[in-house]
Design a protein around this ligand. Structure first.
Ligand code: SF4
Length: 406
């Protein structure tokens, strides 16, 4: 059995066999696309011209040596890759920012400001009897969530299958479930969620609303949601910060966490923030344990600093003089920039303009081993090497670059 790193659930029941071609059992479509992707043996390149690994590593070290302020962005990797990146960042005084930090920061700001009460996937599986999904259908980003944690038959306690309520979850929601239960679907625009969540908070705090509906949702429907949660033994409120793409979405996250806190005064409710993937949970935990800060951190004279606005890729692309883009899980390419660019990543990455240095590396969990944190941070799982690839791992490449800078 192998662990699938294609989303934050890290399902560890994937049967893989790899003789000539990897084949999988138990996985979802996303997992099959990950494990059964073709083996590509791209060579390193300098400004688009093929070269050998040693020359590419030397060129990357040369660029980093000349740079005054380098940005390490993308950071699609697992724990081992991030550990080595942090070592190189400390040596080069780099700023680090994960590609999904915009979403992570929305949660971080809310948690920093007023704390939160969250739960784990295991608790959802064993205890949840009501699930409120806000602004997400869950299954698009976490395809086996319902199979493994909602419609599961093996919970620790004899609880009923959860009642699921979707609020503003888009058009992909499944309305009828395998056990014949019907989900409650409340249509709402994502942009209206702040208003609707604030109204839920007002009602939860016994305020009177002088309106019959809020952004198209009737007050009776909102009261009905609150009654379901209050009547639950263990309600779970789920949101995905990456879906909340509007200004100051951290205030909406905070409004959700305050609603959870209020309802917890009289019943049992917990939050479950969905992460965006590409190793974001693993990268931020590794960064925090080694530097004291999640990404959007910088090493200044060897000392780590944190600034969740100034150290964003968007701001740093205006201020840095070199970009190191890392993405090992997917071929998602770096932002276009005129500054010297080193790319270390997925062998199938395609560029509009070839970077100064491109070093293709193996894919964690497929071409080499690794370690990842599950999206709820409570479980760490090993990734297996599933097939043979001649490509080096990210950490092997980073160690060799760092050795040249010694
Ligand atoms: S749900 Fe996620 S972790 Fe599980 S098999 Fe699908 S992509 Fe992989």
């Amino acid at each position: 059995m192998a662990t699938c790193p294609a989303c934050g659930l890290l399902c560890d029941d994937i049967a893989v066999s790899a003789e000539l071609q990897v084949s999988t059992k138990n996985g979802c479509a996303k997992s099959i696309a990950f494990f059964e992707q073709p083996l590509i043996t791209t060579t390193p390149s300098l400004a688009g011209k093929p070269t050998d690994l040693k020359s590419a590593i030397k060129a990357a070290a040369g660029i980093l040596h000349k740079s005054n302020q380098v940005l390490f962005a993308g950071l699609g990797t697992e724990v081992t890759g991030m550990r080595t990146l942090l070592g190189l960042a400390a040596k080069t005084g780099a700023t680090l920012d994960h590609m999904h930090s915009d979403a992570t920061i929305r949660n971080t700001l809310a948690m920093q400001n007023s704390g939160w009460q969250t739960t784990t996937l295991t608790e959802v599986k064993n205890r949840a009897d009501v699930i409120l999904a806000i602004g997400t259908d869950i299954a698009t980003s976490y395809p086996r969530f319902f199979e493994k944690f909602v419609w599961n038959k093996d919970s620790l306690f004899n609880k009923p299958s959860p009642e699921v309520v979707y609020l503003g979850a888009g058009d992909n929601v499944e309305s009828i479930y395998p056990n014949g239960k019907q989900a409650s679907i409340i249509d709402a625009e994502t942009a209206d969620l702040p208003e609707i969540i604030n109204a839920l908070n007002a009602l939860a705090n016994d305020k009177k609303l002088h309106a019959t509906n809020v952004a198209g949702v009737s007050v009776a429907t909102l009261n009905n949601i609150l009654e379901k949660i209050k009547g639950a033994q263990y309600a779970v409120v789920i949101w995905s910060a990456s879906s909340l793409k509007f200004a100051h979405a951290e205030l909406t996250v905070q409004s959700i966490t305050r609603l959870i806190a209020k309802l917890n005064e009289t019943s049992r409710v917990a939050g479950l923030p969905l992460t965006a993937g590409d190793g974001d949970t693993s990268v931020n935990h590794t960064s925090t344990w080694l530097s004291g800060f999640a990404t959007r951190n910088r090493f200044s004279n060897g000392k780590p600093e944190y600034d969740n606005y100034q150290f964003s890729s968007k701001e740093q692309l205006k201020n840095c003089d070199t970009l190191l883009w890392v993405n090992t899980f997917s071929a998602y390419k770096p932002p276009q920039t005129d500054m010297p660019t080193i790319v270390i990543g997925h062998p199938n990455m395609q560029f509009d303009v070839a970077p100064d240095v491109f070093i293709p590396v193996g894919i964690p969990g497929l071409d080499h081993t690794g370690t990842m944190f599950r999206m709820d941070s409570s479980v760490v799982l090993p990734l297996k090497k599933v097939r043979h690839s001649d490509l080096p791992s990210l950490s092997e490449v980073i160690r060799q670059i760092e050795a040249l800078l010694a």
